[in-house]
Design a protein around this ligand. Structure first.
Ligand code: NG1
Ligand code: MG
Length: 507
C-alpha cells in the first residue's frame, strides 16, 4: 500500500475533471477581478483552494479511530490572498471578505500573539462565518509560533453546498490553514497540514473526526481515498473500478439543512460521547483497561503485535461481545444507570467523557452506537477490498454485475445502520434513498454526519441521466416545485473524484 504525500502547488487545469474545467477558469478570473475591486486595485499574490468531499462509506467511525473511504468532489473553497501592511498602531491585521458579502459581511481582526492568536467567540445557536477562517488561522499560527506573521487580505469564494454533509466547513477551515501557511512561508507537507486542520474545528466547539480534512487536503484526482487514522494518519488513493463496470456516484441533497454546530448537543457531539463511553465500558469489561475510542479496544485483541491491523476476525469477535455485554440494547442508559454500569460517579462521567462539550440527552445508547461502529468498519474493509479486486478483474460481465451488487449492498446496509442504530438519518433522507433505489441505484445512503444533507447513490453510468430526471420528478418536484434549473443542477449531480487542496500562483 503506498502512501502519497503530494505537494500542493498546482494549475487550475490539473485540479478539476475535464467536464468542469471551463467554468472554473471563469470563476478564478472573477475572483481575481473582485479582489482588485475590493482591495484598492491590489492583485492577489496566490489563491488557496480546498474541496468538499463525499463519503462513500464509513459513517461516524472516523472519531472512533476506524478507516473510512471518502472522495474529494469538485466543489471547493477558494481564498485569494495578498499581504497586508501593519496598521498605524503596529498591529498585524487580517481582513476577510466573501464573494457573497451580503450574506457574509466583511470582517477584520488583529493578531493577538503566539498563544492567543485570535479570539473566536462561539455563541450557542449562532454561526459566524468568519469563525471558520479564524479556526484555520489560529491552528496554523499556534503551530508556527511566529513573532511577526504576515498581515493578510483575503477574498473567499465557496461553492460547496452548506450543511449538506459535503464538508463545506472542512473545505473552508482546510483552505484557511493552507492560505495562512503559504502566506507565512511555512514548509509543511500535506499530512502535517491535515493534522493542523483536523484539530481546528474544536475552536468552534465541535468534537470532529478527521475524515473531512484528510479528504479535502490529501485527495488525488480520479481516486477515492482510503483514510486510516491509527497508528498514524495514512491516506491511500485508490482507483475506483468504474470504467468496467461503468458506474457513477450521484449526490442528491434532501435540502434539509443539517447545521452541525447548533444541533451538536443532541446530535453530533452526543454521538461522539456515546461512542467514547461504549469504548470505555468494553475496554474495562474485556481487557481491564481504560479505552478512549473503540479502535483501541480492537487493538487490545493482540496487544503483543505492534502492527495493530484491524481485521474482520477481530471486528467479529468484538461484535459478539457487544451483543453479550450490553444488557440494555435499544432503550439506552440513563445517566444514573451509566454510573452503576461504569462504576463511576456522575461527575466523573461528565468530566471524563463530556468535558467541554455541551450535551443534552435523556439516555445514552451505548449498544446501538458500538454495534454500528464495528459493523460499519467491517463494511469499509469489504468495500475497499471489492474496489481493489474490481480494478484487477478482467472485463467479464458476470464480474461487473457482482461488483455492482457488492458495493451497492454495502452502501444500503450502511444507510440502514445509520438510520436504525446510529439514529442520524431523517424522514427526507430515508425518502430520498428509497426514491433513488426505486429508480435504478444499486446502492444509496446518507453521506456525512446525516440528520439532513445529502445522499450518495451508486448508479450504472448508462442510466445516470434518466436517474437524475426521475429523482427530480419524484423527490424535488412535489416538495420544491419552485426550484429553477440552475438550482436543480446544484442539488442533484453526478460526481467524479476531484483533487485535494492546492495553491495556485501566477494567475
Ligand atoms: P460532515 O457531514 O461534513 O459535517 C462530519 C464530520 C466527519 C465525520 C462525519 C460522519 C466534521 C468536520 N466532520 O462530517 O469527521 O465524523 O460527520 O461520518 O465534523
Ligand atoms: Mg462539516
Amino acid at each position: 500500500m503506498s502512501t502519497l504525500v503530494p505537494t500542493y502547488f498546482s494549475k487550475i487545469s490539473k485540479l478539476y475533471p475535464a467536464h468542469v474545467q471551463s467554468n472554473q477558469t471563469a470563476r478564478y478570473n472573477q475572483l481575481v477581478e473582485t479582489f482588485k475591486k475590493r482591495y484598492d486595485g491590489c492583485s492577489p499574490s496566490f489563491i488557496a483552494r480546498s474541496p468538499g468531499r463525499v463519503n462513500l462509506i464509513g459513517e461516524h467511525i472516523d472519531y472512533t479511530g476506524f478507516g473510512v473511504l471518502p472522495m474529494a468532489i469538485s466543489r471547493d473553497v477558494l481564498i485569494a490572498v495578498s499581504y497586508n501592511d501593519d496598521d498605524d498602531n503596529g498591529e498585524i491585521v487580517v481582513e476577510v471578505s466573501n464573494m457573497q458579502n451580503t450574506r457574509y459581511p466583511d470582517r477584520k481582526f488583529v493578531y493577538l500573539g503566539k498563544e492567543r492568536v485570535v479570539d473566536i467567540e462561539n455563541e450557542e445557536g449562532v454561526v459566524e462565518w468568519s469563525n471558520y477562517f479564524k479556526c484555520g488561522y489560529k491552528g496554523v499560527l499556534q503551530h508556527l509560533k511566529l513573532d511577526h506573521p504576515k498581515g493578510m487580505r483575503c477574498l473567499i469564494d465557496g461553492n460547496v453546498p452548506e450543511g449538506s454533509g459535503l464538508s463545506s466547513s472542512a473545505a473552508f477551515t482546510c483552505c484557511a490553514v493552507l492560505a495562512t501557511c503559504f502566506a507565512n512561508n511555512a514548509q509543511l507537507n500535506k499530512i502535517q497540514l491535515t493534522e493542523i486542520a483536523a484539530s481546528c474545528e474544536r475552536f468552534i466547539g465541535l468534537g470532529t473526526g478527521n475524515m473531512d480534512q484528510t479528504a479535502s487536503i490529501c485527495s488525488l484526482l480520479d481516486h477515492a481515498l482510503y483514510v486510516e487514522f491509527l497508528p498514524t494518519l495514512t491516506a491511500t488513493p485508490i482507483k475506483l473500478p468504474f470504467t468496467n463496470p461503468p458506474l457513477a456516484f450521484v449526490i442528491a441533497n434532501t435540502l434539509v439543512k443539517a447545521d452541525k454546530v447548533t444541533t451538536a448537543p443532541t446530535n453530533y457531539n452526543l454521538r461522539v460521547v456515546e461512542a467514547k463511553i461504549a469504548a470505555y465500558y468494553l475496554g474495562r469489561q474485556l481487557f481491564n483497561t481504560d479505552c478512549e475510542i473503540l479502535r483501541n479496544v480492537v487493538d487490545l485483541y493482540d496487544s503483543d503485535n505492534h502492527e495493530k491491523v484491524v481485521t474482520v476476525e477481530k471486528l467479529n469477535a468484538l461484535l459478539r461481545e457487544i451483543d453479550r455485554l450490553f444488557e440494555k440494547k435499544h432503550e439506552g442508559y440513563r445517566l444514573s444507570e451509566l454510573s452503576i454500569l461504569l462504576g463511576l460517579d456522575i461527575s466523573e462521567i461528565k468530566c471524563r467523557f463530556i468535558g467541554q462539550y455541551i450535551i443534552r440527552a435523556e439516555t445514552f445508547h451505548l449498544y446501538k452506537r458500538a454495534k454500528h461502529v464495528i459493523e460499519e468498519s467491517l463494511r469499509v474493509l469489504k468495500f475497499y477490498e471489492a474496489c481493489v479486486r474490481g480494478c484487477d478483474a478482467d472485463d467479464e460481465d458476470s464480474k461487473s454485475e457482482e461488483l455492482f451488487d457488492t458495493l451497492g449492498k454495502l452502501m444500503n446496509q450502511s444507510h440502514i445502520s445509520c438510520r436504525d442504530l446510529y439514529d442520524c438519518s431523517c424522514k427526507e433522507l430515508d425518502d430520498l434513498v428509497e426514491i433513488c433505489l426505486e429508480n435504478g441505484a444499486k446502492g444509496s445512503r446518507l453521506t456525512g454526519a446525516g440528520w439532513g444533507g445529502c445522499t450518495v447513490s451508486l448508479v450504472p453510468l448508462n442510466i445516470v441521466n434518466s436517474f437524475i430526471r426521475n429523482v427530480r420528478e419524484k423527490y424535488y418536484q412535489p416538495r420544491f416545485p419552485n426550484l429553477s434549473e440552475a438550482e436543480l443542477d446544484d442539488v442533484i449531480f453526478a460526481a467524479t473524484p476531484g483533487s485535494g487542496a492546492a495553491v495556485i500562483i501566477g494567475l
